[in-house]
Design a binder for this molecule. Structure first.
Ligand SMILES: [Fe+2]
Ligand SMILES: [Fe+2]
Length: 290
């Protein structure tokens, strides 16, 4: 990747774990505030909005983050635990803001077990637009800021990385399988430091996402991944393959939380040959050019 940023600071505003001794609020969901310094300016990206906006607003105040400074919102996929806080946050920041996501953002996503429900975006597009949302919905990669790239739809290659079983509705209203093709990630290239990959739930499969990020940027390694790996229901065999896969793809550090799951945390902590960190609400990490 030719362009790079000077530094990036990532602060987790929503995660399933609040952290020991924390004064912040946890929730099932994910949201990260990403401050990117490039040349003389700073651009702020809110990556996902949790399922509730209020705790995100609360946490941001405690952490000294002013959400009114958001320049872009990126939604990793349409699940409610990543999009549910959006309306409240738009009402709070009271400004027009570009929201980047996949074109399937408003399509229902039904989960059958333990009961049939729509786990997709809880708001209508026009309601969000009324409160300042300006949608850029695309399947393709998109460079948001020089050195910051949205993957767009990720090709599914690794045989063992099947997405969770969900459904959508076809034109006649029939339930049909949904492969969660709307799952996108964010790639930040920090000058001389390498790639930082931010994921929501990694429904596309984290090894698939890493392979595609390297392909898009023509880089051979990943400095860090931060986000959810969705291994919460995965077999030990799949977790083992993921651990091996990420190491073989030259991923140096993994910062994982949200839907990664306890079993994966234990297995990664014991066996990952790179560095493994468990993230939580308020977790902060900084990457600066050398
Ligand atoms: Fe999630
Ligand atoms: Fe999800």
């Amino acid at each position: 990747m030719k362009d790079g940023v000077d530094s990036v600071k990532i602060t987790i505003l929503a995660d399933d774990y609040a952290g020991y001794g924390s004064n912040l609020i946890g929730q099932h969901g994910f949201s990260a505030f990403i401050e990117v310094a490039v040349k003389d300016s700073v651009k702020n990206i809110l990556f996902d909005t949790g399922q509730y906006g209020k705790p995100i607003i609360f946490n941001s105040k405690k952490l000294g983050i002013n959400l009114a400074n958001i320049d872009y919102i990126v939604l990793s996929h349409r699940h409610y635990d990543h999009t549910g806080g959006l309306l409240r946050i738009l009402k709070h920041i009271r400004k027009k803001v570009y929201i980047v996501a996949h074109s399937l953002l408003f399509k229902p996503n039904l989960i059958k077990k333990p009961y049939l429900r729509d786990a997709g975006m809880p708001f209508k597009k026009d309601v969000l637009e009324k409160y300042g949302a300006k949608f850029v919905l695309t399947k393709d990669p998109l460079e948001l800021v020089e050195g910051v790239l949205i993957t767009g739809e990720v090709p599914r290659r690794a045989e063992f990385e099947k997405p969770i079983e969900t459904f959508t509705l076809d034109d006649s209203g029939k339930l049909v399988p949904d492969m969660l093709m709307d799952d996108i990630s964010l790639i930040i290239n920090v000058k001389n430091e390498g790639l930082v990959l931010v994921t929501g739930c990694s429904h596309a499969g984290i090894v698939n996402i890493v392979k595609y990020a390297k392909e898009l940027t023509k880089e051979t390694s990943i400095n860090a991944i931060i986000g959810g790996l969705h291994l919460v229901d995965a077999s030990e065999e799949r977790i083992e393959k993921t651990i091996r896969g990420l190491y073989e793809e030259n991923v140096k550090t993994v910062h994982a939380g949200h839907c990664t799951g306890f079993k994966a945390h234990i297995m990664f902590s014991r066996n990952y040959k790179g560095t493994y960190n468990i993230i939580y609400t308020g977790y902060t990490t900084v990457f600066t050019r050398k």
